[in-house]
Design a protein around this ligand. Structure first.
Ligand code: SF4
Length: 377
């Protein structure tokens, strides 16, 4: 089974913290849709005929695609790719300002059966701080509109740790999604990536810096409140009511194959990783010439080990020593894990090594300590 990711590289306006690939000019949207369809046809053998289990429209802002765009893309997908016998999970990331009743009713006519809504916060102060395109009433209305139209498989993105997000506001954001019975939450800590508008604003003193302690307290509160509300914390940033894990993201973390289509999209076939050119004009030009524009890296066992540790430790399944043994790093991992088993940030059950609640605060740092360098397995 395999996954298909489509990157839609357009946004109405730039959120100040974002470092994804997108353009705020929609002039080339039609050409982009044609180029994406061409890439779908050219890459039809990448997954070796493995049936698709999930399709995921990410970005950028896929809810900027209209019905005609989606019809063209789905037509091309179903022409070239077999799909699994079990129901496909088809997710589309949507921004609240796009999700009016008309748009949602159009989406209901497509194979999309899961919406991931970029709410981020229900507070106007937070949304203005982040320079989101939507306001607080659209944040709420988008969810209510989607539910009224029959989209019950919803995921909502929330951001914590912003200087404008008081602990009371964070509690109110969580209360709101619990009241709305949202089955899946993706909750991200506001991080200040280099070269973003937010990094620039903080440097100039125009925005308050992000306080690690403030963010850590909100992460702790998130874990406590979501557990009380019945959510499973199955990946550091993802929580779901039983039966509502994101199948698409879970297959990334479990190392399954996926094909990424669109500028900047990544693909993985088990042995190599490749990534498309992150430039809309260059991507369109190359597809117009019938060529793919990507770079490729064949992963060494060391790189595969490091990726496995990085992603595995973020999930509730953790890392399996037998899998690590196949990559030749069993001794290295077991030695490195001793410290974390002793200090209580990691626990072991048979061959499974998982982070404890305390360890989740430090997941990336712990993974980095366990990384291997070429040749030291
Ligand atoms: S809508 Fe999403 S992709 Fe677009 S700028 Fe905002 S965070 Fe980035």
């Amino acid at each position: 089974m395999a996954g298909l990711y489509l990157h839609i590289p357009f946004c109405k306006q730039a959120c100040n913290y974002c470092n994804f690939h997108f353009s705020t000019s929609l002039k080339s949207k039609d050409e982009m849709v044609v180029a994406i369809c061409r890439e779908l046809a050219l890459q039809k053998n990448y997954l070796d005929g493995e049936p698709l289990e999930t399709i995921y429209f990410g970005g950028g802002t896929p809810s900027l695609l209209d019905q005609r765009d989606l019809d063209l893309i789905f037509g091309e997908i179903f022409k070239h790719y077999p799909v699994s016998m079990q129901p496909l999970e088809v997710t589309l990331e949507a921004n609240p300002d796009d999700l009016n009743p008309l748009k949602i009713s159009d989406l209901r006519q497509t194979p999309v059966n899961r919406l991931s809504i970029g709410v981020q916060s229900f507070s106007e102060a937070d949304l203005r701080f982040m320079n989101r395109a939507h306001n607080d009433s659209e944040a709420l209305a988008s969810i209510q509109n989607a539910q009224a139209a029959g989209f019950d498989n919803l995921s909502v993105d929330l951001i914590y740790g912003a200087p404008t997000t008081s602990h009371e506001q964070w509690a109110a954001n969580l209360e709101q999604v619990f009241n709305l019975k949202i089955p899946h939450l993706s909750c991200y800590c506001l991080t200040v990536e280099p070269k973003t508008a937010l990094a620039h604003q903080i440097k100039k003193g125009a925005a308050q810096p992000v306080d690690d302690e403030h963010a850590a307290q909100q992460f702790e509160f998130l874990m406590e409140k979501t557990a009380e509300a019945g959510y499973e914390h199955y990946e550091i940033s993802n929580l779901a009511l039983p039966g509502h894990y994101s199948r698409h993201n879970t297959s990334y973390w479990q190392g399954k194959k996926y094909l990424g289509i669109g500028p900047s999209a990544h693909s993985f076939n088990g042995m190599s990783r490749q990534w498309n050119v992150a430039n809309n004009a260059a991507y369109i030009r190359s597809l117009q010439a019938g060529e793919l524009a990507f770079e490729i890296e064949v992963l060494t066992p060391t790189q595969r080990y490091n990726e496995y540790v990085m992603t595995g430790l973020r999930t509730k399944w953790g890392c399996n020593l037998l899998k690590i043994k196949e990559l030749g790093y069993e001794a290295h991992f077991a030695e490195g894990a001793k410290t974390f088993l002793l200090d209580g940030s990691m626990e072991r059950e048979g061959n499974e090594f998982r982070l404890t609640q305390a360890g989740r605060f430090l997941a990336d740092g712990i993974a980095a300590e366990l990384f291997a360098e070429e040749g030291n397995g």
